[in-house]
Design a protein around this ligand. Structure first.
Ligand code: R5P
Length: 284
């Protein structure tokens, strides 16, 4: 039985369809004071897969509520987008490792034999905080397949920084095309420039690939740089469309051709589904 959390109802439904398993009916609403109300209305099966992304604090509460309903049971828990994963280090004294705090809180609810899955978590080291088996699934090949269907002209895949180059490499290798990353060069105390490390993007279609788009600042800057380097058309590919505030406006103003993301978060641009990837991982 699949339980689709409030932020992953469509993805939960898609996974249930791929696996031909029941999709539990749940109620997600609020008490009059605004506190979250969660109820699993269906009779629980022996084998349960919970799928729920945690982009907001409320989603984290609702996840804990679901886990409390399922306490004592061995479950597969899929957190496609794991919120707070970027706070995995102490940058200033007195700061928490919020990613660890999340993992520890979730872990406490899980019975022996339970498994945890994430999708392109910001840093896989976060998974070491779970005492249960934890695996990060890679959606880069799915994004690559979508890029392959787009009929691009002499395409190249570029990550906006060295940290995301692994994704660019996976996608480009699958398509048999070039990849690179944007390298920062400091010319003086105040002057910094960025450009593709090795590849000349002039006249070529470029797909910028990153794990997530949050405020859109990183991608908007990358689009501008590649356009001023003579790229023909610039597309964005990303696993997690967090897209806060005016992110989409920034990307459109920067001249993006189109944005492709997965449904780890359910937004208008979530056209590539990770349902099969998840289904294959949890399939008994
Ligand atoms: C950073 O390490 C991440 O991979 C993303 O590049 C970053 O989180 C994107 O954030 P924003 O859209 O706010 O620039």
């Amino acid at each position: 039985m699949i339980i689709g959390g409030p932020s992953s109802q469509l993805l939960g439904g898609r996974v249930a369809k791929v696996l031909n398993e029941d999709l539990a009916l749940c109620e997600y609403s609020s008490f009059p004071d605004g506190e979250a109300y969660t109820q699993v209305c269906s009779y629980l099966d022996d084998e349960i897969v919970v799928i729920h992304s945690t982009p907001s604090d409320r989603d984290i509460i609702q996840l804990l509520q679901l886990l409390d309903v399922l306490r004592g049971r061995r479950i597969d828990l899929v957190i496609p987008y794991f919120g707070y994963a970027r706070q995995d280090k102490q940058f200033k004294p007195g700061e928490p490792l919020s990613a660890r705090a999340m993992a520890v809180a979730i872990d406490a609810f899980l019975a022996e034999g339970s498994r945890i899955y994430t999708v392109n978590i910001h840093d896989r080291s976060v998974l070491k905080n779970f005492s249960h088996e934890a695996e990060d699934l890679d959606a880069a090949p799915l994004l690559a397949d979508e890029v392959g269907r787009m009929g691009l002209d002499d395409p190249v895949i570029i990550s906006p920084d060295e940290g995301a180059v692994r994704m660019a490499k996976v996608a480009a290798t699958r398509l048999g095309i070039d990849y690179d990353y944007l390298e920062k060069t400091r010319h003086s105390g105040t002057e910094v420039s960025m450009a593709p490390k090795e590849i000349d993007a002039r006249g070529r279609d470029v797909v910028i690939l990153d794990d997530m788009i949050a405020t859109g600042g990183t991608m908007a800057q990358a689009i501008s740089i590649l356009k001023s380097n003579g790229a023909k058309r610039v597309y964005l590919g990303s696993v997690h469309p967090v897209l806060t505030g005016n992110a989409v406006l920034k990307l459109c103003r920067a001249g993006v051709e189109s944005i492709i993301t997965t449904d780890t978060l359910e937004k208008a641009v979530s056209t590539v589904s990770v349902a099969r990837l998840i289904a294959e991982a949890v399939r008994p």
